[in-house]
Write a protein that binds this ligand. Sequence first.
Ligand SMILES: C[S@@+](CC[C@H](N)C(=O)[O-])C[C@H]1O[C@@H](n2cnc3c(N)ncnc32)[C@H](O)[C@@H]1O
Length: 200
Amino acid sequence: MEQIPFSIWLFIGIAGFLFTIKALYGISIAVVLPITRGALYVSTARCRVSAALEVIDLKPGQLLVDLGCGDGRVLRSARRHCQIRAEGYELNLLAFCKARLLSCWYTGITIHLQNFWGADLSRADVVFCYLFPDVMSRLARKLSEELKPGATVVSCNFPLPGFTPQRVLRPGSPLTNDPIFIYRIQAASSDQQPVGDKRP
Ligand SMILES: C[S@@+](CC[C@H](N)C(=O)[O-])C[C@H]1O[C@@H](n2cnc3c(N)ncnc32)[C@H](O)[C@@H]1O
């Protein structure tokens, strides 16, 4: 019988490896879909993360929380940008493992394999999120109940209902310049809702 050339084995090996990675990616998303409600494991482009961090005036020692941190790139960028403490919540096992692996050289970064709806956000100075419209109303309620006045919220692509953004950025190329909404939490007062900044 004729021997199968090494190049064919190599091709089969690479194709099998790529297929396995893709299958794991799909399975890891499908397993948590009932909870994530459409917020799939897709990372924010690095240039968009940098653009958001540039404008939010982070100070060393502050706490940034990424709700659904994916591969943890926002946490690492924020930590490099300025010596803040960074905390991420992630339910997708594949994303969580990647985030932990890539962040293991960093101090000041904590990543939880946990549903962020149970997280206490009262200590956060900055909350970052890139989620999905289906959860934004519930998230707006949680943020307005838990965040302290002066805290900043950065939401990629999707606005927070009931909040008025302080700024809307459109970084990236003309093809991928989806909005990034930046909100500042105001103190509650009798004549306004205790949510986002009402100024234009
Ligand atoms: C679009 S990705 C954004 C990842 C990262 N924040 C970024 O900007 O690169 C949204 C992530 O949120 C995670 N996620 C959605 N709902 C979650 C929940 N309730 N608890 C924890 N993670 C959640 C998903 O698994 C997904 O990885």
